[in-house]
Design a protein. Structure first.
Ligand code: FAD
Length: 380
C-alpha cells in the first residue's frame, strides 16, 4: 500500500501532525507500537504555551478535569525550599488520557492507524520510502515523519549517532493520591537526580523522577533507592510515607539520552523527542513536541499543495526547527548540571532565592512564546 505520508509513532508529535494533515486533506497512516490508552514515563505537566493551539484542534484539557498549575517549588536534597510563581503556568493531565483523546480526535478526522505494530525498517529509495513492520507488512510512502520518541530500535537501524553513546539516565513514574497542593509543580532534588510532582485529573498526582542507572544498581532496586536516597529529602520522604500509590509497580524507562540529534535524517523528518529531548526539569518536552509537529505540518502542507522539492522541504524544516528549539535544548542541558548534585543544587537554590529575576529568566528561556492560534497554509 502506498501513502503520501506515513508517521512512525503515535505519541504527541505524531498525533498532532496526523491531525493537521487530516485537516489539510492529506492522506496519512500512523503506525504505533502500542494500543491506546497506555501509560508513559512523563511528568505530565503541560506548559500553557500550547493550550490555545490544543483548543484550536478541538482538544480541551479542561473537559478531562485537568489541574491548573500556577506555582513552582524547588527543594534541595536537604529540604531547603524556594517558591516562585509560574508566569505562564500550565495544566496537569495524564498521558493515558491525553494521548487517547488526541487519538480519537485523529480517528474522527480520518487519520488511518495501525496500532500494536512496530516499524522495524525504513529505507529511502531515491523517490520514496519502503517501510517494514513487526507483523511483516510493507508500505510505501512519499514522505516519512519520524515521531518515535526518545529511543527505539529503529534509531539503531537508521545508524543514528546518539545511539553510539551509552546514556546513564533512568526515568520512573507513579500516579499517587494524597493531601498535597494541587496548584503547585514541585521539583525535589536528591543525590544524582530530581523528582517532579504535580496534580493531574481525578484528584491524582503524577510523581516522576530522573536518576542515573548506577544509583539503582548501587542500592539493588528502585524501592531501596527511594528509601535510602530519595527519602533523604524530607519533602520526598513525606510523599513516600503519606501518599497512596496507585500502580502495582512503577513505569520505568532506561537509556534516556539528551544528546543532540538531527531533525532530518536519511530524509526522515523528525519531531518531538526523536529530533531532540529537552531535560525534563524544564517541564516542556510535550509543548516542544506539539510545536515541532505544527512546524513540520506547515512545511508538509506546502510540500504537498505547492509541490515543493524534497530538498526545499528538508532545508526549510531544518531551519525552522533550529531557530525554534536549538537554544532551548542547550540551556536545558546546561541547567540540568546544577541539579541532583548535593552542594551545587543547594547553592543554586540560595543563589536563585537572592536573585528571583534570574530564575524567572531561566524558566523563560527554556520555554517558548504562547503559540498563537495558527492557520496552516492550505494552498487555496
Ligand atoms: C522522566 C521524564 C519526565 C518528563 N516530564 C515532562 C513534563 O512534566 N512535561 C513535559 O512537557 N515533558 C516532560 N517530559 C518529556 C515528554 O515526555 C516528551 O518530550 C514527549 O513525550 C515527547 O513526545 P513524542 O511524541 O516525541 O514522543 P512519545 O510521546 O514518547 O511518542 C513516541 C511514540 O512512538 C512509539 N514508537 C516508538 N518506536 C516505534 C516504532 N518503531 N514503531 C512504531 N511506534 C513506535 C511509542 O510507542 C510512542 O507512543 C519528560 C520526560 C522524561 C524522560
Amino acid at each position: 500500500m502506498t501513502y503520501p505520508l506515513v508517521i512512525i509513532g503515535g505519541g504527541l508529535a505524531g498525533l498532532i501532525a496526523a491531525l493537521e494533515m487530516a485537516r489539510a486533506g492529506i492522506r496519512v497512516l500512523v503506525i504505533e507500537r502500542k494500543s491506546y490508552p497506555h501509560h508513559k514515563v512523563c511528568g505530565e505537566y503541560i506548559s500553557n504555551e500550547v493550550r490555545p493551539y490544543l483548543h484550536s484542534l478541538g482538544f480541551m484539557p479542561e473537559e478531562f478535569s485537568s489541574a491548573e498549575l500556577t506555582q513552582f517549588r524547588f527543594t534541595s536534597p536537604k529540604g531547603s525550599v524556594l517558591d516562585h510563581p509560574l508566569d505562564l503556568g500550565g495544566f496537569g493531565l495524564s498521558r493515558y488520557t491525553m494521548d487517547e483523546a488526541l487519538y480519537k480526535l485523529a480517528l474522527r478526522a480520518g487519520v488511518e492507524f495501525l496500532v500494536n505494530t512496530s516499524v522495524t525498517e525504513v529505507e529511502f529509495r531515491d523517490t520514496f520510502f519502503e517501510i517494514k513492520t513487526s507483523d511483516n507488512q510493507a508500505f510505501r510512502a512519499q514522505i516519512v515523519h519520524g515521531a518515535f520518541g526518545k529511543r527505539t530500535r529503529l534509531d539503531k537501524q537508521l545508524n543514528r549517532k546518539f545511539m553510539a553513546k551509552e546514556s546513564p539516565y533512568v526515568g520512573v513514574k507513579y500516579h499517587i493520591r494524597g493531601n498535597f497542593d494541587r496548584q503547585r509543580i514541585s521539583l525535589h532534588n536528591f543525590e544524582n537526580g530530581y523528582c517532579g510532582m504535580s496534580a493531574i485529573e481525578d484528584d491524582k498526582f503524577c510523581l516522576c523522577y530522573l536518576t542515573e542507572r548506577n544509583m539503582v544498581r548501587k542500592y539493588g532496586s528502585i524501592s531501596a533507592l527511594e528509601t535510602n536516597i530519595l527519602s533523604q529529602n524530607p519533602h520526598l520522604k513525606n510523599i513516600f510515607e503519606e501518599a497512596e500509590f496507585l500502580y502495582q509497580k512503577p513505569e520505568v524507562i532506561n537509556e534516556i539520552s539528551f544528546e543532540p540529534k538531527s531533525c532530518v535524517e536519511n530524509h526522515i523528518l523528525m519531531a518531538g523527542d526523536s529530533a531532540g529531548l529537552i531535560t525534563p526539569l524544564c517541564g516542556n518536552g510535550m509543548a516542544m513536541a506539539i510545536r515541532a509537529a505544527f512546524l513540520l505540518s506547515q512545511e508538509l502542507v506546502r510540500y504537498f499543495k505547492v509541490h515543493h522539492s524534497r530538498a526545499l522541504l528538508e532545508k526549510s524544516y531544518e531551519t525552522a526547527w533550529q531557530k525554534e528549539f536549538s537554544r532551548r535544548l542547550t540551556i536545558g542541558r546546561t541547567v540540568q548540571k546544577l541539579f541532583g548534585r548535593k552542594v551545587l543544587s543547594e547553592l543554586a537554590l540560595h543563589f536563585f532565592t537572592l536573585t528571583p529575576p534570574l530564575l524567572h529568566q531561566v524558566i523563560k528561556s527554556t520555554h517558548g512564546r504562547v503559540m498563537s492560534v495558527p492557520t496552516i497554509y492550505t494552498g487555496s
